[in-house]
Design a protein around this ligand. Structure first.
Ligand SMILES: [Zn+2]
Length: 135
């Protein structure tokens, strides 16, 4: 199924930095504890850095101490696409932006975090852009 935002890879490559391109379009992973939003507690909305779609809200961000921004629920379940990922000898669930298909991270369940969903959306900072809430 084509994504609503469907650009040729060389266009993505031109629009994104090499680091953004590697994570968003090549399903890379930023190193743990290096992302700009790992410990961010600012209230706001996290959007897809590739297409700007709203993905997560700061209210569902929690401290997982895993080294990446962690959310227990997307802003809207249809904002993300979940895909089985069998790379690196593991079975994981990849999280992609439902609007442009860019890689965001992975989701893990049943780890025992004290959150309403017991899920951890483990998302690369570089896949997101935080728009702070105005008050
Ligand atoms: Zn997107």
């Amino acid at each position: 199924m084509p994504y609503e935002i469907d650009k040729p890879e060389d266009q993505w490559r031109a629009e994104l930095t090499p680091q953004e391109y590697h994570v968003l379009r090549e399903a890379g992973t930023e190193r743990a504890f290096t992302g700009e939003y790992t410990d961010t507690k600012i209230a706001g909305v996290y959007s897809c850095r590739a297409c700007g779609a709203e993905l997560f809200r700061s209210e569902t961000k929690f401290e997982s101490h895993c080294g990446w921004p962690s959310f227990y629920d997307p802003a809207d379940s249809s904002a993300v696409e979940l895909i089985e990922d069998r790379s690196h000898g593991m079975v994981r669930t990849e999280v992609r932006c439902a609007r442009c298909g860019s890689h965001l991270g992975h989701v893990f369940a049943g780890e025992g975090y004290p959150t309403p969903t017991d899920q951890r959306y483990c998302i690369n900072s570089i896949s997101l852009r935080l728009e702070p809430q105005e008050d």
